[in-house]
Design a protein around this ligand. Structure first.
Ligand code: HEM
Length: 201
């Protein structure tokens, strides 16, 4: 009989799964209570976009947290956080195309191609889609070394999303810049020379 390997579930994983659903539940409650401002579509678009970006940044934070605090359980969170980020990006895209444009592909294509911030958001979305599909153990085994190479595209995705955010806001870029600064710090910590220095300390 084939023995199945039991995976230990860390409490942090449970907290991550529960926490990732909270923005969705709040959005659903606010929607059913007509509590989504005077422009519910825009509010839902902004909320899902911000949640997708936050989860993406948190997913990128796992390795640097392990480098600084030598706390390995956090490494198990990077994959689910990335997949949840894609889930919210999908919702964000669905609200844009389905709710805002009623799946009218003509109108959608016009609006999509007209604005540079939607084009760049689309590029980020495609990267997240590829990463979410190949995030399983099966794909990891199949792609071998290329899996790591492919998943490095997450850095490009985050840069595209931050640009998408900056270009989508009309005047106040402060929040977008805060996200950008955090993402940059997280990337710098991963640079081998910096990583080695931190580990030595
Ligand atoms: C085809 C893909 C995408 C489309 C069509 C799209 C569309 C939009 C639209 C229409 C807005 C709102 C602009 C406004 O009303 O001010 C927006 C904002 C935003 N989107 Fe996207 N988006 C896409 C992909 C993404 C992805 C992949 C992410 C994150 C992973 C993302 C994160 C954001 C963020 C953070 C904002 C700004 C929220 C804020 O101002 O607080 N978007 N996007």
């Amino acid at each position: 009989m084939k023995k199945t390997k039991k995976r230990k579930i860390h409490p942090l994983q449970v907290i991550t799964h529960i926490g990732a659903w909270i923005p969705f539940i709040i959005l659903a409650i606010d929607y059913s209570n007509n509590n989504l401002t005077v422009n519910p579509i825009q509010e839902a678009t902004l909320r899902t976009g911000r949640t997708a970006l936050t989860l993406l940044v948190l997913s990128l934070a796992c390795t640097p947290i392990n480098i600084i605090f030598s706390y390995k359980p956090v490494l198990k969170l990077s994959r689910p956080l990335g997949v949840y980020s894609f889930f919210y990006a999908l919702l964000h895209f669905y609200i844009f195309i389905g709710v805002d444009y009623g799946f009218n592909w003509g109108f959608f294509a016009e609006a999509f191609l007209e604005k540079r911030f939607t084009l760049i958001g689309g590029a980020a979305f495609l990267i997240l889609l590829a990463l979410a599909i190949t995030s399983t153990d099966g794909w990891k085994r199949r792609l071998k070394k290329n899996w790591k190479r492919l998943h490095r595209f997450v850095y490009l995705a985050i840069a595209l999303v931050i640009t998408h955010f900056i270009w989508s806001v009309k005047s106040d870029y402060r929040l977008a810049l805060v996200y950008g600064a955090i993402a940059l710090i997280l990337l710098i910590i991963r640079v081998p020379v910096i990583r080695k220095r931190i580990l030595r300390k």
